[in-house]
Each structure stands twice: as C-alpha cells, then as structure tokens.
Design a protein around this ligand. Sequence first.
Ligand SMILES: [Zn+2]
Length: 382
Amino acid sequence: MISPNGFLPQSIPGSNVRVVFSPGALDRLGEIVAAEGRKRVLLVSDPGIREAGHEERAVRSLYRANLPVKVFDEVGENPTNVHVGKGVIAARPFGPDVIVGLGGGSAMDCGKGINFILTNGGKIHDYWGVNKAAKPLLPFVAVPTTAGTGSDAQSAALITDAETHQKMACWDEKCLPRLAILDPQLTATQPRKVAAATGIDAVTHAVESSASTKRNDVSRELSKRAWELLEPAYERAVRDPSDEWARQQMLLGSHVAGAAIQNSMLGAAHALANGLTAVAGVVHGVAVGMMMPHVIRFNAAGADGGNPYADLMPDAEALSRRIEIMLDSGEIPRRLADAGVDTSDPQVLPKMAQIAAKQWTATFNPRPVTEADLLQIYRMAL
Ligand SMILES: [Zn+2]
C-alpha cells in the first residue's frame, strides 16, 4: 500500500485512481493540477468548507500556479438536480478543462453531476443508471474533507431529485476521478459526530464489499487492506481529532474501501440503511453502522460455506461484536428507537422493509434476502 511521502501521484494496485497522500497536499493543489496539463479549474465546494478555510487554501494554491479558477460553493447536503443545475450555469461561461470536488461526498458527487451535463448536455436524470454518457467527461480531481463515503475512488455520482426525493445513482466509468488528493489535515476540522458516522460508513464499505456476491480477487484484497487501515484507527480518530496517525489511517482506509466497492458491490446493510434514511431521516453512516452487526449475524447463519466475512475475521460473531464496540465508542445508537425511528407505529418497519427490498445493493448480499428477511433484520435492532 502507499505511504504519505511527497506530492507525486501514486498508484494503488486494483484502482485506476492515482493518489496524492500527504499532510498539507491541499496547499499543493495548483502545482498538482498544473502537472496534469490542466489550465482552467472549476472548484466545487460547499458553505461549510468555505467557513473552515479549506476553499481559500485551494484557491490560493491554484492562483500561485497561475491557474484561473471559478468557484461554485452552493452545494447542499444530499445534492439535488437543482444544485447541479446551478453549478452548470456558473461553470459554462468559464469553460473549465478540469473539475475539482473539495468536500464530503456531497461536494464530490455534485462536481461529478456538473461534469456529466457540461460535457454531454441534457439533465442529470439522463445519466441515472450505468454508462449513460456518450462523450468523454472532464478530468475530475477529488479532495475529500471527511473520511467516509469513498466517492473519491468511485465512478458513481449520487444525486437526488429535488421534487420526488428519489436518489439517482449515476454510474459511469468515465466519471471515475483521475486523481484523489488525500490530505489528512483536512479531516481534523470535522465535528466528532461527523467523524463517527462517516468513519463507520467506511468500515461498513470494507465489510460489505468483502462478502458481496460480486467480490473477486482484486476487490477482496482492497477490502482486506481497507479493514486493516480502518479497524485499529476508528476509536482513536473519533476520540481525538488531533491524532494524526488515526486520521491518516481513516482517510486512506476510506479511499481504499471506496476502491473495493468500485471492484465489488455492497450488501443488505446498505439496502436497510436506505430504508431508515427514507422513512426516519437517519444519517447514512449511522443507519448503515447500526444495521451492520445484524446483517453479519443474519448472513453467517445462512451461509453454507461458513463465515462470508472470513477475509476480515475468522469468526463472524466476533466481527459483529467488534463493530458494536466501534458503534459504542462513536456514540452511534444500536437500537432503532434511539436513532429516532417511531417503532410504536406498526406501519413503520414494514414500510422500511418494502423500500429496502427495492434497493439494488440488496441483490449483492451474500445470502439472498426477501422483504420478510429484511423486516426480520430490522426487528433484530428493536
Ligand atoms: Zn455507505
């Protein structure tokens, strides 16, 4: 695996995204982008990133490298077609030849969404699905400020329809970031709650991708490496934002887990999490984290070939318990009611199970799941 040494892009075996992994790398953004032969930069970010001062650092670095930059920083949480449309309007007259997404999953995904429309026209709905773009996209540089989503290693943009609230996964191999700039200084400013939720999301990416029906030799190696980076660092990163070793492990681990998903898929915990988010508004990382131990137990009980998570830990029950300890240290609830789900309403769980059963990710779970199974797994978390 790679180590933090300098500002030259390195390769991770099994991933086509080159990585610059160094504390302070954001201050070298200009020279890194210029070395790629790029001349006009669209910088996509959000108001929180501006307030944290990261945006100004990025712009200064681009100016030092004599690169004209257009900033679009009106991205909201869970970016919609409206955010993407505004970004396109801001970007078009400027004519960028590279897009930099600076922020959490929202800013990166919005930048990818803008990229589709700038290069291929139409509206974002046209790219919902797999490989819908006919023409090449602009090179995309991902600079994550949270350690979690792994969007910096993936070909997908998740954009929500502002009217129907439908989440549209726009997956296109041309959408894969050309470069990821991993600067562990950036995650020092994230609130503890965000670090806990995004960090456990990255952990579940390593766990689910390691056992999915789509896993292969390449993805298994990536899932294993991600787990080895994330597992020993999670508690330290959550407890102490000044712990640089832990932040480095989490940021690289989150990226490698994203690369594992890119080569594999996820499973039932992500399907169940989408039900929780849609019905009860539970934050993605919290939702997926609280379902993970139950999904591991459900899958291990039904696997004829033994523990489907054996790449990570020989004993599935021990893996479940390890994740429960992580949840406790991140102060992430383990019971549905504690996460704000109205469990007194008999309609709520069946409604969530109905949504979960429609999720694509459920089809890659190592043990086949029906709507009734998903309902049963929710009940395990009562
Ligand atoms: Zn996730």
